[in-house]
Design a protein around this ligand. Structure first.
Ligand code: NDP
Ligand code: AKG
Length: 498
């Protein structure tokens, strides 16, 4: 680090400035007068250096036995555990979610590290019978090469580790570009990698704004891109990468439904809705943004959610007792505020919130009141578009089939939840909801590191993070035929022909 407030890129094991010498700022979204730091505004030359370092390191890293790579990831997990509180404090300061949530974010990274360690001894291929005598068939996994990792700011430690840990465990090297809204959190993660003994060049950090990500995507020596962010950026990036025959994994937006039926435990549903919709200020790809509720319990549930939401304490997430932090920046605040007009124009009612939150220490941050829209119909924009803020749209239905139909009637398909005591409905939901993830009697949030994570439709492109499936993304299969017949195969074929 150059000093307390000026931070650098990490390329080939060295901390360096952007070659242009330019920087950008990161500020606390709860107290914008608090400067987190200046970060390198990297360009093509910095990406070039990082990719070259990653390419050179790949030649030795790919030959390190996978269990040994796993041991390094174990040390990464141990160091993250030691630094959990301090990293969480800085994450809250930089991106706003409360300390209990950023600690959870680091915990997810720890779980991902320990899971990766176990995968070092389980990077299985297959052995398959041959059609011939004296011949052996098997598949093995090989790393792909240099992987570009481009991430959003809302899970600034956990989500990068969903990519970085399986990538390097598999023998790849990486160039990581955190969101410009969470550069410090990304830097703290990379510092852990350095201190845990990850060799130079295996993990490279290039900070910057949109142009930096684009330079990574366009680089000829980058073999694969893993992206988490908006559907718009993901679609543009995938087009570019397809032209260059690169492998791409996309994790994008959501418009996640929670269905609450008339037989549900309403206390449980209310609790799940509060944290699913308003936790992380609604800035999760898995946030609950649509409540699809049976007409028999609509009024009672809405009343309970409003009463509980009014108790939520907004504030700076490193202060004790804060439940909900700010939005990430002014642009996000303007976007969420703009949806209040959209709701009114479409004929929805604002039953709770509906404006920026001010006073009581909130004036220097991007705070928005927890908001609930009622009288929403499925065709309204607030029922279809990702708002990415503390906003829940309530849609009333009169049957379970209608609820599933409404749930599926959006372009996204990441997470979903169903509250019911009827096991047949639960299984029908698991079968029929078009989403990558369905929770029964739990909120739409709460991913576990060893379970696959990802969505369908405009949310993703068929790949998964988490679990063992992510290792399919970061490895290529090599098919191996071993012939120990000493030339007898021809004779066997001739025999078949007879
Ligand atoms: N499905 C999932 O797992 C998740 C999805 N998300 C989604 O992320 C979105 C919010 O994140 P947000 O940061 O606003 O998303 P963006 O799409 O704006 O940015 C995501 C990342 O892409 C980079 N980027 C921007 N333009 C380009 C480009 N042309 N080429 C390559 N990289 C580029 C950004 O860099 P920079 O910031 O420097 O511009 C950032 O690092 C929401 O839609 C949310 O649903 C969030 C978390 C999880
Ligand atoms: O809580 C979850 O399901 C994880 C959400 C997540 O990773 C995200 O929103 O980026």
């Amino acid at each position: 680090m150059a000093d307390d407030t000026t931070f650098q890129n990490y390329i080939g094991g060295q901390w360096v400035d952007a070659q242009s010498g330019e920087t950008f700022e990161s500020r606390n979204p709860a107290r914008t007068s608090d400067l987190v730091g200046h970060f390198p505004l990297s360009g093509g030359a910095d990406v070039e250096a990082a990719v070259a370092a990653a390419k050179a390191a790949f030649e030795t890293w790919r030959l390190v036995p996978a269990p040994k790579r796993g041991e390094i990831l174990k040390r990464v997990g141990d160091l993250l555990t030691e630094r959990k509180n301090e990293i969480a404090f800085e994450m809250t300061r930089e991106m706003g979610k409360p300390h209990f949530e950023t600690k959870g974010d680091v915990q997810e990274a720890i779980d991902t590290a320990y899971y990766a360690m176990t995968m070092g001894r389980q990077l299985f291929g297959h052995t398959v019978p041959s059609e011939m005598n004296n011949k052996f068939n098997m598949t093995v996994r090989r790393p792909i090469g240099v992987c570009g990792l481009i991430t959003a700011w809302n899970f600034p430690v956990a989500v990068p580790t969903w990519k970085m840990f399986p990538a390097i465990l598999s023998g790849n090297t990486v160039v990581f570009k955190p969101s410009e809204d969470a550069p410090h959190s990304g830097m703290l993660l990379v510092k852990v990698m350095e201190d845990a003994g990850v060799p130079p060049g295996v993990v490279n950090l290039v900070q910057g704004a949109g142009a930096t990500g684009q330079a990574i995507v366009e680089h000829d020596d980058v073999a694969a891109i893993s992206f988490t962010g908006s559907s718009e950026t993901g679609a543009a990036l995938a087009q570019q990468a397809a032209a260059d025959h690169k492998r791409v994994s996309l994790e994008m937006g959501g418009k996640n439904p929670a269905i609450v039926m008339e037989d549900a435990d309403l206390d449980l549903a209310m609790e799940g809705l509060i944290w699913g919709a308003y936790g992380t200020t609604g800035q999760r790809c898995t946030a609950t943004s649509r409540l699809i509720v049976h007409e028999d319990v609509h009024d009672e549930l809405v009343e309970r959610v409003i009463a509980k939401a009014k108790e939520l304490r907004l504030g700076y997430g490193n202060d004790a007792g804060v439940d909900v932090g700010p939005l990430i920046n002014q642009k996000a605040l303007d976007k969420v505020a703009g949806y209040m007009d959209v709701a009114r124009e479409d004929g929805a009612s604002i039953a709770l919130g509906g404006a920026a939150a001010t006073g009581d220490g909130l004036d220097d941050g991007f705070f928005f009141q927890p908001t609930l829209f009622t009288n929403v119909t499925r065709d309204m924009r607030v029922a279809r578009e990702e708002i990415f803020g503390p906003v829940l749209s309530v849609i009333k239905v009169s049957s379970f089939d209608e609820a599933i139909d409404v749930a599926n009637d959006v372009k996204y398909g990441l997470s979903s939840a169903v509250y019911t005591r009827d096991i047949a409905r639960a299984f029908q939901a698991l079968r029929d909801i078009d989403a990558g993830i369905t929770y029964i009697n739990g909120p739409t949030i709460g991913a576990e590191a060893h379970m696959s994570f990802g969505g369908v439709k405009a949310t993703g492109n068929g790949h998964r993070e988490g679990g063992w499936e992510v290792y399919d993304f970061y490895t290529e299969t090599k098919t191996c035929y071993i012939d120990f017949s000493g030339g007898l195969q021809r004779a066997q074929i001739d025999n078949y022909d007879d």
